[in-house]
Ligand binder design. Structure first.
Ligand code: ADP
Ligand code: ZN
Length: 209
């Protein structure tokens, strides 16, 4: 199954993607995680992406389209994949179409702006890609990654002002792709619940898995 996860920053897409990925044994592809890894590694792509991410702006389409094109060609994508954070603009969605990629379902994880702002302050991430929340998804030991034991940190772009920027960007540039996929009959909505497990239950139900 080829799945797109759509939703505002901090809606919990990564967490739900992880569950679906386990259940279907297909990889999650997060453009955000790939870009953050490139910034950390100091590659040319990372260097050019950094200033956009810090402002809460989108990285240019041609950069992320290139990332996705390369990634989808890898062997582990043969039986399906979950896209988390791509496409984020109409040109990105069109580029995916042009690559000949067949999408089975686009799942929108709906969370209100107010809820997002209050959630983001508790988010903690690990360099390995794992993500936690001090209230909703706390690691077993405070500030330590369950998966790899490294110290957790707060993403720079989770600062309150940047979060507001990212929400504006989401409404202006990403939400229009809902119509794009709705007209293809692919869009399904899950309402984010207070408890992660409840959202997961709804997600799996909607995907019929
Ligand atoms: P979140 O879903 O919480 O916003 P992500 O990790 O998906 O976090 O994205 C973080 C940042 O990475 C975005 O604010 C943006 O700057 C950049 N980014 C990720 N995916 C894309 C994309 N498809 N197009 C443009 N920029 C992207
Ligand atoms: Zn880790």
């Amino acid at each position: 199954m080829n799945i797109i996860l759509l939703g505002p920053p901090g809606a919990g897409k990564g967490t739900q993607a992880e569950k679906v990925s386990e259940k279907l044994n297909i990889p999650t592809i997060s453009t955000g995680a790939i870009i953050r890894a490139a910034i950390k590694a100091g590659t040319d792509m990372g260097k050019s992406a950094q200033s956009y991410i810090e402002r809460g702006a989108l990285v240019p389409d041609e950069v992320v389209i290139g990332i996705i094109k390369d990634r989808l060609e890898e062997d582990d994508c043969k039986n399906g994949f979950i896209l988390d954070g791509f496409p984020r603009t109409i040109p990105q969605a069109e580029a995916l179409d042009r690559m000949g990629v067949n999408i089975d379902v686009v799942l929108e994880l709906f969370v209100s702006d107010d809820e997002i702002v209050s959630r983001m302050s508790g988010r903690r991430v690990c360099a390995c890609g794992a993500s936690y929340h001090v209230l909703y998804k706390a690691p077993k030991t405070a500030d330590v990654c369950d998966a790899c034991g490294a110290s957790l940190y707060t993403r720079d772009d989770d600062a309150a002002e940047t979060v507001l920027n990212r929400l504006t960007v989401y409404h202006e540039q990403t939400e229009p792709i809902k119509g794009f996929y709705e007209s293809k009959g692919l869009l399904k909505i899950v309402y984010g619940q207070e408890k992660l497990e409840d959202t997961t239950k709804l997600t799996l139900e909607v995907l019929g898995i």
